[in-house]
Design a protein around this ligand. Structure first.
Ligand SMILES: NC(=O)c1ccc[n+]([C@@H]2O[C@H](COP(=O)([O-])OP(=O)(O)OC[C@H]3O[C@@H](n4cnc5c(N)ncnc54)[C@H](O)[C@@H]3O)[C@@H](O)[C@H]2O)c1
Length: 448
């Protein structure tokens, strides 16, 4: 029988025990906190707040002083419900935000949620994850549970946690408990509460899986167990590769439909009436953020080494990478249809965040689209109330134009539709290129 008593109410005197009984030696430790979260970003902070709201005592650790200051000041990009949770948490001594990694040793369970980007060659950049795992490994003590949640290649949990822990004399499943549980949070989307999205978990041993599942079920309703950390790592890669391939397919159908004189959204709406065997994906300006443009490359990288061909995924990722170029080409074409060359054209980009209702511009297709249009000789402004400034890949900085005179632009490219975006103003634009595929078609509105 495995028990993980987190019963001690928040604010109580510290007395927490992580215990495993049965075929494994029983481990008993007192911890002054329940959960330590390493990395307080788009994933780690809402997770910390969800655990705190569920009554856990939480230590949030981040390596960035700017991030710590922003969290402490409540100036962070979160859903309104999470901002409320943050203001409650910041008043509670049971919620600590720190840069001190030695506090990792104070928590019964440690969750790692740091970025896993790709470099300019689209190869996994594992430096941040490696460094965070080294910090955790150096501060772990007996009886703790360590759960990696960053999206990564298959085998990372073993390479970056299990083996280094063994070098420190901690055997996973005996002295410490180690698991992988992919994060599925969708920042800026309030329609799926954090608590309602099931978690997948795979531990190094059955005891590791059970402890991790027990810990996660403190805030989430459903936990799905798999047989190993590797199965859990591959699950996340499948989820995001599935999205990447389907987005690439939707983009391709958009081009095919336009060539055949059809409205792709009418076709997708019709296909979506099928109650089985079809999942709705819509075309767009490309993909951004730290998931879809990056995660499948972790799989491709690993499979290349194993000499396994995955042409479908390779082609999908190429299509995704080339999509912003296609949008810029369409802008040139649409302008040319109205007798205006790109050179000297005035273009307004509406929305530059990589998706609605967030201020995140990491990997946003908008950056490359704007840069290409400028390279073609256009004068480009952008309007996005969530994003005060952007830096283009070539280094140029641009600033949000708060009240653009829509009628003064030759073309408006609609890239991101945040909640509350007033699209009625677009009536004044000579031409609108809709990369969101969400505007009704009109005399002055065309789609990518
Ligand atoms: N953002 C999403 O929508 C999303 C969804 C699901 C999964 N993921 C995955 O979750 C992971 C985290 O992504 P994110 O979007 O939260 O990243 P993020 O960039 O928003 O936040 C990461 C935080 O970790 C901190 N950090 C970096 N190194 C650290 C260290 N050694 N110690 C402590 N803190 C450190 C950074 O300062 C930053 O505040 C990634 O693997 C990502 O692929 C992200």
């Amino acid at each position: 029988m495995i028990a993980m008593p987190f019963e001690t109410p928040r604010n109580d005197q510290p007395k927490l025990r992580l215990a495993v009984e049965g075929d494994l030696p029983s481990t008993e430790e007192d911890f002054i906190a329940d959960i330590a979260i390493v990395g307080l970003g788009y994933v780690g902070l809402p997770t910390a707040l969800a655990f705190h709201a569920a009554g856990m005592r939480v230590i949030g650790l981040d390596a960035s002083p700017a991030r710590i200051a922003a969290v402490q000041a409540g100036r962070v990009d979160l859903l309104p419900s999470d901002l409320e949770r943050l203001s409650v948490a910041l008043e509670d001594p049971g919620f600590t935000v720190t840069m001190d990694p030695s506090l990792i040793a104070d928590a019964a369970a440690v969750i790692i949620a740091v970025p896993t980007p790709v470099d300019e060659y689209l190869l996994p950049d594992l430096r941040i994850l490696r460094s965070a795992c080294e910090t955790v490994t150096a501060n772990v003590r007996a009886g703790q549970l360590v759960v990696l949640t960053s999206t990564t290649y298959v085998g990372t949990t073993n390479d970056m946690l299990v083996k280094p822990l063994a070098e420190r004399g901690f055997t996973a499943g005996r002295d410490v408990y180690v698991a992988f549980s992919p994060e599925r949070i969708d920042p800026g989307n309030a329609s799926h509460a954090h608590e309602d999205v099931p978690r997948v978990v795979g531990g190094v041993t059955p005891a590791c899986t059970e402890l991790a599942a027990e810990m996660l079920s403190r805030y989430v309703g459903t936990v799905h167990r798999v047989s190993s950390p590797e199965a859990a790592e591959m699950t996340k890669l499948l989820e995001n590769t599935f999205r990447a391939v389907n987005i690439a397919l939707a983009n391709e159908f958009s081009e095919a439909s336009r060539a055949l004189g059809l409205d792709v959204i009418e076709v997708i709406d019709a296909a979506s009436t099928k109650p089985y065997g079809f999942t709705r994906f819509t075309p767009g300006p490309g993909v951004g953020g730290h998931c879809i443009p990056c995660d499948p490359h972790y799989l491709l990288w690993q499979l290349r080494r194993a000499r396994v061909d995955t042409p479908l995924i390779e082609e999908a990722m190429k299509g995704i990478a080339n999509r912003p170029i296609h949008v810029a080409d369409r802008a040139r074409e649409v302008l040319s249809d109205t007798g205006k060359p790109l050179l000297g054209a005035r273009i307004l980009m509406l929305g530059v965040a990589y998706k609605p209702n967030v201020e995140d511009v990491r990997e946003s297709p908008a950056l490359e689209i704007v840069e290409r249009l400028i390279e073609g000789g256009a004068e480009v402004d952008y309007h996005d109330r969530f994003v005060p400034a952007i830096r283009l890949p070539g280094g140029e900085a641009k600033h949000h134009v708060p009240d653009p005179a829509i009628g003064s632009y030759d073309l408006v490219v609609v890239h991101t539709r945040h909640m509350g975006t007033d699209t009625s103003l677009l009536g004044a634009a000579p031409m609108v290129l809709d990369a969101t595929y969400s505007l009704p078609l009109a005399a002055n509105v065309v789609r990518v």
